[in-house]
Design a protein around this ligand. Structure first.
Ligand code: HEM
Length: 474
């Protein structure tokens, strides 16, 4: 496997910036790698390469290149790279980081069935999300309009939706053990693209150095897996075959049925990995989107006012929002889309790899090459967006105020590995956002304006900020 990853640039490989001996271009990725990559694409072209310390990665920039590879060559660009870090973390099993093949197909299918089935087990999923929205707004109300940092509250509320599907129940907002697990897990999401992580991938022997951020990453992962193992055991008690109550039961039933089958991808280990991946992929992203949305509403009171006007005219002050109201709320839709475009929650997607040798735009890309999808460059692609550096929900509206879909909008990526939770995330964002803004006016504490600079990691999140949620007089 190392041979596949460590390959040298073959003839016809995309060009790229000159590497420094030994560490290649790793140092250039220290600050805002997505911005660095977009700038490099203006020099070397939409498809270029980076030397990540002896192994090469191809970077795809702009909507055209990403569509060409992820959509038109969907089977070729659907693997995950066998990087030492990923191999150490999940042995390329589980779901999100699984190699493209039977194991991935089975895990993806099982998870998406669970979303559909356990989401609507007793009640439609949007009803369950609305119940969580009520806990959420009640908890906001406890701050009585005084400044608070919404990070923990949003994380707790959002993670409860995946908790319902995976464990069959929500956790109360004072469950410290679960919160601590999420906290160190999201620290790992940040560390996974730190300079130390790239160094570890290039020089895995640094595992034996007693210092470095990669050690923190390993320690966190061990704690997370330990916690997940315990909680999975607890929630699988009382399991009755053929009557699964949640994702874990469903998985264990599959595992039992495949006992003795040598080729089965189901295992206790892969259950832990996939549960962890679903929790973090579902929580970190949707939470960050809502935190950015709150921040931009307070920053642009005129946009917030238009949201309030739409909510008042469609819902009034009493009626709870439902998914059926979505099409009557084009402005809310436009705001949420603009937050996803402008804030680039997963700026570089999740690293991909090629399943076979291929040719793209005249370049040769061998099998097993790591591929970075610069989704940020799609959302700031001047060919498709006018003045992309301005936050403007209007770009998603036509002259009559109707919502319009835009082609170069890929926050959930594209192709076979596109986000599994897109539908769920869209439901959550709409219901949490509308329930909150129906009741509250968001504003910064007097005299403060928080930084808009994102905190870097696999996902982009706002730096911690304080906000006041003041009850609206309707
Ligand atoms: C993958 C974005 C919410 C589960 C991804 C990818 C992106 C993404 C960019 C990478 C796809 C690729 O490889 O190209 C987002 C955003 C979200 C969100 C912006 C919210 C606003 C969720 C939710 C869940 C979820 C709620 C589930 C609970 C997954 C999984 C994958 C994935 C399992 C891996 C898919 C695979 O490898 O087959 N997501 N996501 N995501 N997402 Fe999401």
């Amino acid at each position: 496997i190392r041979q596949l990853v460590k390959q040298r640039r073959p003839r016809g490989f995309p060009p790229g910036p000159s590497p420094i001996p030994v560490i290649g271009n790793i140092m250039s990725l220290a600050t805002e790698p997505h911005v660095f990559m977009k700038k490099q694409s203006e020099i070397h072209g939409q498809i270029f390469s980076l030397d990540l310390g002896g192994y090469s990665a191809v970077v795809l920039n702009g909507y055209d290149a990403i569509r060409e590879c992820l959509y038109h060559q969907g089977d070729v660009f659907s693997d995950r790279p066998s990087l030492p870090l990923f191999m150490k973390m999940t042995k390329m099993g589980g779901l999100l980081n699984a190699k493209f093949g039977n194991g991935w197909i089975e895990h993806r299918q099982l998870a998406s069935n669970s979303f559909r089935y356990f989401g609507s087990f007793q009640k439609p999923l949007d009803q369950k999300i609305l119940e969580e929205c009520m806990f959420f707004v009640d908890a906001i109300d406890e701050h009585k309009g005084k400044p608070f940092n919404p990070k923990h509250l949003v994380t707790n509320a959002v993670s409860n939706i995946t908790n319902l599907i995976i464990f069959g129940e929500r956790f109360t907002y004072d469950n410290c053990d679960f919160q601590h697990m999420i906290e160190i897990f999201s620290e790992n999401v940040e560390l996974a693209v730190s300079g130390w992580a790239f160094l570890y991938n290039a020089f895995p022997w640094i595992e034996y150095l007693p210092f470095g951020k990669h050690q923190k990453l390993f320690r966190n992962a061990a704690k997370v897996y330990n916690f997940l193992e315990q909680i999975i055991r607890r929630f699988s008690e009382g399991r009755v075959c053929n009557f699964p109550r949640h994702y874990i039961d469903d998985y264990l039933n599959k595992l039992d049925k495949s006992a003795g089958n040598l080729g089965t991808p189901y295992s206790r280990e892969n259950l832990i990995y996939s549960v962890g991946e679903l929790i973090i992929a579902g929580t970190e992203t949707t939470t960050n989107t809502l935190r950015w949305a709150m921040l931009y509403m307070a920053l642009y009171p005129n946009i917030q006012e238009k949201v309030h006007m739409e909510l008042d005219s469609v819902l009034g002050s009493e009626k709870s929002p439902s998914l059926a109201d979505k099409k009557r709320m084009p402005y809310v839709e436009a705001v949420l889309h603009e937050v996803l475009r402008f804030c680039n929650i997963v700026p570089l997607g999740i690293f991909r790899a090629t399943t076979q040798d291929t040719l793209v735009s005249g370049y040769n890309i061998p099998k097993g090459t790591m591929v970075i999808t610069n989704l940020y460059s799609v959302h700031f692609d001047e060919k498709y967006w006018c003045d992309p550096g301005t936050f403007s929900p209007h770009r998603f509206l036509d002259s009559n105020g109707n919502f319009v879909r835009r082609e170069a909008f890929l926050p959930f990526s594209l192709g076979k590995r596109h986000c599994l939770g897109e539908h769920l995330a869209r439901m959550e964002m709409f219901l949490f956002f509308t329930t909150m803004l129906q009741r509250f006016h968001l504003q910064f504490p007097p005299g403060t304006v928080p930084s808009l600079t994102p905190k870097l990691g696999m996902t982009l999140q706002p730096l911690p900020y304080s906000i006041c949620a003041v009850r609206r007089q309707q």
